[in-house]
Design a protein around this ligand. Structure first.
Ligand code: ADP
Length: 313
């Protein structure tokens, strides 16, 4: 009860700065209005100064109140956004975390059941299921934390000279077993081996990994995934082309939206969070680059980003 009368305590509860806190701003605006009324009253009573000064004063007070109103509206917007994020978070957590958790629980029930004694092979198989599902949960949590950091503005990126080709070579090694298991031919085509960009190596690698992972994930067996690195004007392009499921035209505008997953992708691949491309766009734009894609349903997609070229050496 007492807390609701204390604006500072209420602001702390919402976790916003005092100048973004509606309760505090309402108190301030109230005080400003009272002071403005008193000043106007005295000016009128004693007729000090000419009417121009009085009008200027009233105008300034009005402008100040307007500015405060603007801040209040913004802070309300921010709160609405936070509340939207919370409901999205609850939605994603309930849907995406429940599935691996259910798998883990079933597997544990089976392994600890006294009725069935699992063979050695079954034990190895079930341990693998446990590992995969806990990795899936870990990935989702990492992505959610990255989105939260990006949205709070606490997302510093370093800029070092980076060869996208070196990262791509690493990714080829990393994804080889996955592409072989999925019967997909994975190729790297580099037009110029001297290309260097300014970027945060870890985060740019995450973007490249997301493109390659998606390309393999959303392509049928027997397909091809081509990774290309080339220069166009003053930019270095990283492009991943696949001949997979593609993206339906009506859904293409939503592809970089948080949590978005297209209907055909959901059919082909149930695992995924819809956060990878959203994070990728934020990272590339923060590094001063551009990101985009072209896609035809059932024919394939090409995802690309470009960063300004740097002189090597
Ligand atoms: P996730 O793959 O975990 O769902 P992403 O943010 O990486 O999340 O991708 C968002 C959505 O974009 C995917 O669910 C899929 O619908 C679509 N998508 C991304 N890459 C491709 C691709 N190469 N081919 C077809 N659809 C894709």
């Amino acid at each position: 009860m007492l807390e609701s009368l204390n604006p500072v305590a209420s602001c702390k509860k919402y976790g916003v700065s005092i100048w973004q806190c509606p309760q505090f701003l309402f108190v301030i605006i109230g005080l400003v209005i009272i002071i403005a009324i008193v000043i106007t009253y005295f000016l009128a009573v004693f007729r000090i100064g000419d009417p121009t000064i009085v009008s200027l004063l009233v105008l300034s007070v009005g402008a100040f109140s307007l500015a405060l109103n603007f801040i209040i509206t913004n802070s309300f917007e921010r709160m609405a956004e936070v509340s939207k994020l919370k409901s999205e978070f609850i939605h994603i957590v309930s849907h995406q975390l429940r599935a691996p958790l259910t798998n883990i629980n079933f597997t544990l029930d089976f392994l600890t059941s006294t009725k069935m004694v699992p063979t050695k092979e079954e034990q190895v198989e079930y341990q693998e299921i446990l590992r995969e599902n806990s990795l899936r949960m870990g990935d989702l949590i990492d992505n959610l934390l990255t989105v939260a950091r990006i949205e709070s503005g606490d997302f510093p990126l370093i800029k070092n000279k980076v060869s996208l080709e070196d990262i791509a070579q690493k990714l080829i090694v990393k994804f080889k077993p996955y592409s072989i298991a999925s019967n997909i031919k994975l190729m790297l085509l580099v037009a110029d081996h001297s290309l260097v960009v300014l970027a945060d190596p870890l985060w740019v690698e995450q973007v490249m990994e997301n493109f390659v992972d998606n390309a393999i994930k959303y392509t049928k067996g027997g397909g091809e995934v081509k990774i290309k690195i080339f220069r166009r004007n003053t930019a270095v392009f990283f492009e991943v082309q696949d001949d997979g499921v593609g993206i339906p035209p009506r859904e293409q505008k939503l592809i970089f939206e948080k949590f978005f997953r297209s209907a055909n992708a959901l059919k082909k691949q149930t695992e995924g969070t819809g956060l990878g491309l959203h994070i990728a766009k934020k990272i590339i734009e923060k590094l001063g680059g551009k990101i985009g894609f072209s896609s035809k349903e059932n024919k394939g997609s090409t995802f690309w980003f470009c960063l300004p070229i740097q002189k090597n050496g």
